[in-house]
Design a protein around this ligand. Structure first.
Ligand code: FAD
Length: 490
C-alpha cells in the first residue's frame, strides 16, 4: 500500500533483435518468453500492487546458459532482474516500470543434484521449489527446516537471496544459516564455484554470505549445498489463547527448558488475523473459542520417537500448559490430537498474507526488536499509528521468538488504496522511527527490494551505505544486476 520511491537511474540499453536472436541461440525457444500476455506473471508482484516491464523473460536450464546470458547482457550493458518463485514481498523480483532489459527466471533449474544423509547435506539447483526440498529431505529421513507460507511456490535461490526467515528460525536460524556452499554467476558471466560441502572452511573471506540476502544485486545464485537435520519424530502442536504479548515472551523463555530445548516454533497471532483467515480461507476452523486478543501457536518437536510408557512432547506440553494456566499467562489452550488439527493451526498462521490480499488495502511493516522489547514495541507502535489514522485496523502477528513482528494494518473500513496511501509516508516514518529508537531493524526478513529503498538510505549510517556501495560497484561495475533495488548508488 505504500507509495513507490522515486525511480533511481538504471541502465537502459535495449534488447535489440540481434541480442534476442543470441538469447534464443543460448536458451532455445523453450527458454524465451516474449509474448506480452505470457510475460505478465513475471513482471507483476505477488500482491498485485507492482507492475514493471521486461523485453524478454529468459529461462536457462543449466549454469552454463545462465553464464552465457549474463555475459551477453554484460557486454551490451543490459539490465537483469533475477527471479525465483516471485513471491517476495518487497518488489525485489519485479522490474521497475522503465526497465528495458530481461527477467532471468531460474524456474527450469529445478534438480536435486545430490543428497548425502550421512553428511547431512544436499546439493540443489536454485530453481527448486522449497516444498520439494522439504519433501526430498523427509524421504531420506532428514529435515530441511526452512518453512514459510509461500513454500509451495518460492524457490531456494529466492529464499537464499532474501535470506528468508519463516517459522523455524528460532531453532535452526534463517536461510543464511542453512547453507554450506554456493555456485554463483557473477555480473560479467564468470562462474564462481563455491559449492563446497564443508562445515569448517576458514580460507579468507566467506564469499557466500555476500550473495545471501543481496536480493540479486551482486550475482545470480545457481546452486547451493544445504544443511540437513534429523527428521522430527515426536511433534506436539498447540494453540494457546494468551493474556497479552508480554505473557507470550515470558512463556517462551520458560518453554525452552520445559521442552528439553525442543521449541521449534512460537508464533504470535492476533485475534484480528485469525478471524480474517477464518473469513477468507475456505476449510479453516477456529481451534479455540476464547475471549482474547492474542493467540500463540507453539510447536515442540524431537528427533527421538516417543517411547511406549515414556514421556513425549505432548506429556511435557500438557504439564507446561497447566503451569502456564495457573500463572495466568495462558487463558485456554488446545493440543492438536491429529495431524489434521495440527495442519489446521498451521494453515491459519500461514494464510494470513493470502487472506489480507482479499481483505482490502493495508500497510505492513516487517520489523524486529530484541525479543524482550516486543510488548513495548507493539504498545507504542499502536499508539503512534492510531494517532495518525485513528480508524486504521491493527492486524499484528509475528515470529516472536525471533523478535520479528509483522506490524500490519488494514485501512479503515471503506477507505480505498489511494486515500490510504496519503497516510502511508507518515505512518511508515512513525513505525520505523520507533523501531530504530529501540535498536531494531526496519526489515527483519523480507528485505529491501523496491519498497524500502528510501528507508534503508534514511536509517543506515553513511559508513554502512558506503561499504555496501563499494561492494556493489566492485562486483557489478556496470550496475546490470537487479539495478535500482536495495541500494541507491548516489
Ligand atoms: P523471488 O520473489 O523470485 O525473488 C526475491 C529476490 O531474490 C528478488 O530480489 C530476486 O531478484 C532475487 N532472486 C531470486 N532468485 C535469485 C537467484 N537465484 N539469484 C539471485 N537473486 C535471486 N519471507 C520470510 O522471510 N518469512 C516468511 O515467513 C515469509 N512468508 C511469506 C508468506 C507468503 C504467503 C508470501 C507470498 C511470502 C512470504 N515471504 C516470507 C517472502 C519471502 O521472501 C519469499 O516468499 C521467498 O523467500 C522468496 O523466494 P522467491 O523464490 O519467490 O523469490
Amino acid at each position: 500500500g505504500a507509495a513507490l520511491p522515486t525511480a533511481p537511474s538504471i541502465p537502459s540499453a535495449p534488447v535489440t533483435s540481434a541480442v534476442l536472436d543470441r538469447l534464443r541461440a543460448i536458451v532455445g525457444d523453450k527458454g524465451l518468453i516474449v509474448d506480452e500476455q505470457d510475460k505478465l506473471p513475471f513482471v507483476t508482484d505477488w500482491r498485485g500492487t507492482l507492475a514493471g516491464q521486461a523485453a524478454a523473460i529468459v529461462r536457462p536450464a543449466i549454469t552454463a546458459e545462465v553464464s552465457a546470458v549474463v555475459k551477453l547482457c554484460y557486454d551490451n550493458g543490459i539490465a537483469i532482474v533475477p527471479q525465483g518463485g516471485n513471491t517476495g514481498l518487497m518488489g525485489g523480483a519485479t522490474p521497475w516500470p522503465m526497465h528495458r532489459g530481461i527477467v532471468l527466471s531460474l524456474g527450469r533449474m529445478n534438480q536435486v543434484l545430490n543428497i548425502d544423509p550421512v553428511g547431512y547435506a544436499m546439493t540443489v539447483e536454485a530453481g527448486c521449489i522449497l516444498e520439494t526440498l522439504q519433501d526430498t529431505a523427509a524421504r531420506h529421513d532428514r529435515l530441511f527446516p526452512l518453512s514459510l507460507g509461500a513454500q509451495g511456490s518460492c524457490m531456494i535461490g529466492g529464499n537464499l537471496s532474501t535470506n528468508a526467515g519463516g517459522v523455524q528460525v528460532l531453532r535452526y536460524g534463517n536461510a543464511r544459516n542453512l547453507v554450506l556452499g554456493l555456485e554463483v554467476v557473477l555480473a560479467n558471466g564468470d562462474i564462481w564455484d563455491g559449492l563446497r560441502a564443508l562445515k569448517k572452511d576458514n580460507t579468507g573471506y566467506d564469499l557466500k554470505h555476500l550473495f545471501m540476502g543481496a536480493e540479486g544485486t551482486l550475482g545470480i545464485i545457481t546452486k547451493a549445498v544445504l544443511k540437513l537435520w534429523p527428521a522430527p519424530k515426536d511433534v506436539c502442536t498447540a494453540w494457546l489463547a494468551i493474556r497479552d504479548p508480554k505473557a507470550a515472551i515470558d512463556l517462551l523463555s520458560e518453554a525452552h527448558a520445559a521442552s528439553d530445548d525442543n521449541v521449534g516454533s512460537c508464533e504470535l497471532i492476533s485475534r484480528a488475523c485469525t478471524d480474517m483467515v477464518l473469513r477468507h480461507i475456505p476449510g479453516t476452523q477456529d481451534p479455540l473459542k476464547a475471549e482474547t486478543e492474542w493467540y500463540l501457536l507453539l510447536e515442540w518437536s524431537s528427533a527421538r520417537p516417543r517411547q511406549d510408557g515414556g514421556t513425549g512432547m505432548s506429556d511435557r506440553m500438557e504439564q507446561f500448559l497447566a503451569d502456564q494456566l495457573e500463572a495466568g499467562r495462558v487463558l485456554d489452550a488446545v493440543i492438536a490430537q491429529t495431524e489434521a488439527q495440527s495442519r489446521n493451526m498451521w494453515r491459519i498462521r500461514e494464510s494470513v498474507a493470502e487472506a489480507s490480499r482479499t481483505e482490502g488495502p493495508g500497510l505492513s511493516y516487517d520489523v524486529s526488536v530484541a525479543v524482550s522489547r516486543i510488548p513495548e514495541f507493539i504498545a507504542s507502535g499502536f499508539e503512534a499509528v492510531l494517532a495518525i489514522l485513528p480508524a486504521i485496523r491493527p492486524y499484528p502477528l509475528g515470529h516472536i521468538g525471533d523478535g520479528n513482528v509483522h506490524f500490519s494494518f488494514m485501512g479503515p473500513k471503506g477507505m480505498d488504496l489511494g486515500t490510504l496511501s496519503q497516510y502511508s509516508a507518515a505512518i511508515t516514518r512513525a513505525v520505523n522511527d520507533l523501531v530504530t529508537s529501540m535498536g531494531g531493524s526496519i526489515s527483519a526478513e523480507h528485505g529491501i527490494g523496491i519498497e524500502k529503498l528510501d528507508e534503508l538510505q534514511h536509517y543506515r549510517s553513511r559508513t554502512e551505505l558506503d561499504i555496501m556501495r563499494t561492494i556493489k560497484r566492485a562486483l557489478d561495475p556496470k550496475n546490470i544486476m537487479n539495478p535500482g533495488k536495495v541500494l541507491r548508488l548516489g
